[in-house]
Design a protein around this ligand. Structure first.
Ligand code: PLP
Length: 423
């Protein structure tokens, strides 16, 4: 394959043939919950059910399986915050190629352990560097000094073609049940490899299907690239949606996006958490934040899909570390307007706290955080108070009682820097 030529639908068909029996063929499940919630006919492409629990084995295997004998002998290297590394580890154990995988120290333990288990003796894992960029620099040095072949997570036509096999599978699965191509396919976007692959296949085989790319609000690098006319570095990246928190999209995916102009949408991290919990509690599906991005986007008001439209959401991954659920619950409550934080200036006198409880809190309001330090040399002392409400409608009465009380109360807005202290 000429790596400077644009990816074609034919490359994706070839990738699908290469992947047969190795990675791919995940189920397409209808979601009664999301269909009822949105009035659409919603289907989930269950990439969380891959052996590596994300779609990333598709691109990695498609690239590694095409290496020459000399390249295979040189081994491969990559940097990843988790899922791509699992895909590479899996592909290496299937092809017998050796890999050196660089992970930043922030990689969740669950992902580190899975990489080692999937790669076995074919993979050396190096955990070093504070960020993904640091790990990527180390992987580049390894490639330059040893001749190991880099396996890019998204900026390579072989990776893009492998990810595009998802679209081929979706269309075949719908056709097999006598359904037409969907009205829309919704995919998460990190560096843009999955989006580019899906766009390429759909443009050729289902040109009336809309492709909607979804980015986390804290890492909307494809939206930034489209606005700037080319890939640009984001100044700040919120790492919460770790699979899709990419500072700069790939040149190759961007080129595909520039030609096919998909719809792009940005989803707040809190909404991702709301959907992660719904998937877990109602459907029994473990999704990682990036995996829940596409279904979370169905809650946006401006998707522009007619009632009853058939929509396929790519549920791209399920590698969630269980220790993250506490933060997920917290962010979901804030998103739904059920959790609020206040700075309350308490008079330094006996009974002040009791008055706050009696006069300000409603019968169902629950204090979830109270941080207070008594200072004897001042008239008032600030307390940081977290309140969880039973219903969103309880918020206005709570605010009114606060305004009516003699206490000075300041709402801590989720956008304020102080909020990072409580989340
Ligand atoms: C679960 C999951 N979803 C989405 C993405 C974003 O994919 P891409 O970089 O191809 O845009 C990733 C990337 O690692 C991922 O792991």
């Amino acid at each position: 394959m000429d790596q400077s030529a644009p990816v074609t639908a034919r490359d994706i068909d070839d990738a699908a043939a290469r992947l047969a029996g190795v990675a791919g063929s995940t189920p397409l499940h209808r979601s009664p919950r999301l269909s009822a919630l949105t009035g659409l006919d919603v289907w989930l492409k269950r990439e969380d059910l891959q052996e590596v629990r994300s779609y990333k084995g598709r691109g990695a295997y498609n690239l590694i399986a095409q290496l020459s004998d000399d390249e295979r002998a040189a081994g491969v290297t990559c940097a990843s915050a988790g899922n791509h590394a699992q895909g590479v580890a899996y592909a290496c154990s299937r092809t017998g190629v050796h890999a050196r995988i660089h992970l930043p120290r922030t990689t969740p333990r669950q992902k580190r352990e899975r990489i080692a288990a999937l790669g076995g003796s074919f993979v050396d894992v190096v955990v070093d560097g504070d960020t993904y960029d640091d790990a990527a620099a180390l992987s580049r040095v390894h490639a330059e000094t040893t001749g190991a072949i880099p396996v890019p997570a998204f900026d390579d036509p072989r990776t893009v073609a492998g990810q595009g096999t998802i679209a081929a599978e979706v269309l075949a699965q719908l056709a097999a049940q006598d359904s037409a191509a969907p009205d829309a396919i919704v995919v998460p976007v990190g560096g843009g490899g999955l989006l580019a692959g899906v766009l390429t296949h759909v443009a050729e085989h289902a040109p009336t299907t809309r492709v909607i790319g979804v980015e986390p609000q804290g890492a909307a690098s494809m939206t930034a690239a489209v606005e700037a006319g080319g890939p640009v570095d984001l100044a700040d990246v919120d790492p919460f949606v770790d699979g899709a928190a990419v500072r700069k999209v790939g040149a190759i995916p961007f080129d595909v996006v520039r030609r096919h102009r998909p719809d792009l949408r940005v989803v707040p991290e809190g909404l991702v958490c709301v959907e992660m919990l719904a998937l877990y509690q109602a459907d029994g599906i473990i999704a990682e934040p990036a995996g829940a991005l596409a279904p979370a986007a169905l809650r946006l008001a401006d998707l522009g899909l007619a009632p009853g439209s058939t929509v396929v959401c790519v549920l791209s991954g399920g590698n969630n570390d269980v220790s993250r659920y506490a933060e997920v619950v917290e962010r979901a409550l804030v998103q739904e307007g059920l959790k609020h934080y206040f700075l309350v200036d308490f008079p330094q006198e006996p009974g002040a706290l009791r008055r706050f409880l009696d006069e300000v809190l409603g019968p169902d309001d629950d204090i979830t955080l109270f941080e207070y330090v008594k200072r004897s040399n001042r008239e008032t002392g600030p307390a940081l108070v977290g309140v969880e409400l039973q219903r969103r409608e309880d918020y206005e009465p709570l605010m009114k009682r606060m305004a009516d009380s003699a206490l000075r109360v300041e709402l801590v807005e989720p956008s304020s820097p102080l909020f990072r202290f409580v989340q």
